[in-house]
Design a protein around this ligand. Sequence first.
Ligand code: UVW
Length: 329
Amino acid sequence: MTRWARRPEGSNWGEFGVDDQLGRLNLITAECRLAAVREVREGIAFPLSLPLDFPKGEYIAGPRKPPELASTPLGHNHRFLPSVPDVVSDDLAVIHLQYSTQWDSFAHHGALFDLDDTGEPAICYYNGYRADVDVIGDPAGSVTPHADALGIETMAQTGVQGRGVLVDLERALGHDRVAVGYDQLTEIMAAQAVTVEPGDVFCLHTGLTAIMLELGDDLTHEALEQCAVLDSQDGRLLEWITDSGLSAIVADNLAVEPFSLDPAPGADSVLPLHTHCLFKQGIPLGEMWYLADLAAWLREHSRSRFLLTAPPLRLPGAVGSPVSGVATV
Ligand code: UVW
């Protein structure tokens, strides 16, 4: 039985099964992985993560903080037992899971929606999973918030391996802040001979994480306002995302789309692309990936496709995760 009496307009809830928690990752089939492996012709690997203590500079003022590293009790004392000759170090880290290069799970972004058809909206998530039943919050500060469903570990269990397809927005637009809608995106894709097939992970190179690396401690809020984003107000773009069959979207910018705490007039979300992808369609979002070296190589070799291997941490109950993905060409 479904968890909902009504599903949101434009959603695919139920189409991968009433208990599905993988959404469009279901489209990465064995055939897709074999097609991805066929893109490996040179044996060159590109790491796709920032160092996890980036971005720096003014970004640190936000609610997410850089990792703090410390030693476990047997840590950097080097000799943990005088009776044995071995030299051992051991660390612990406090990590805001979505500070740096990351995956968002479907438990990261839900919506208020009348899924019971009673006229009373409820906080819910992809496929009708519910707040405080499946995704446990912390209104009274008495429980540890966690996701019993839709957590990042469900994504990790798929391995997240398939074909990546990169569109180079920096090449087309430089570092201008442009909100790229359907017309412009499809034009750029045609010019770069980029096509997306069902199951592909769609990657957007805008140049922003390279700027973060270059500026280091000098990164300003103004610098973060550069580079392209997807125009999440463009209904045709959201429709294309639905129809394309892409399995996930990855970008090297902050949130794939623009983010402002003031919703656009008539909008029911400040992050409409997050709502469309994570809540309605079950499409994971990757943010702040480091794509510059891969994009440069693909550009030089007139290619856009590669084998992508990018599982998040298999950390039960978490809503997001750092990711150290690898592209192999
Ligand atoms: C928010 O939802 C604000 O964050 P992110 O862009 O990391 O998904």
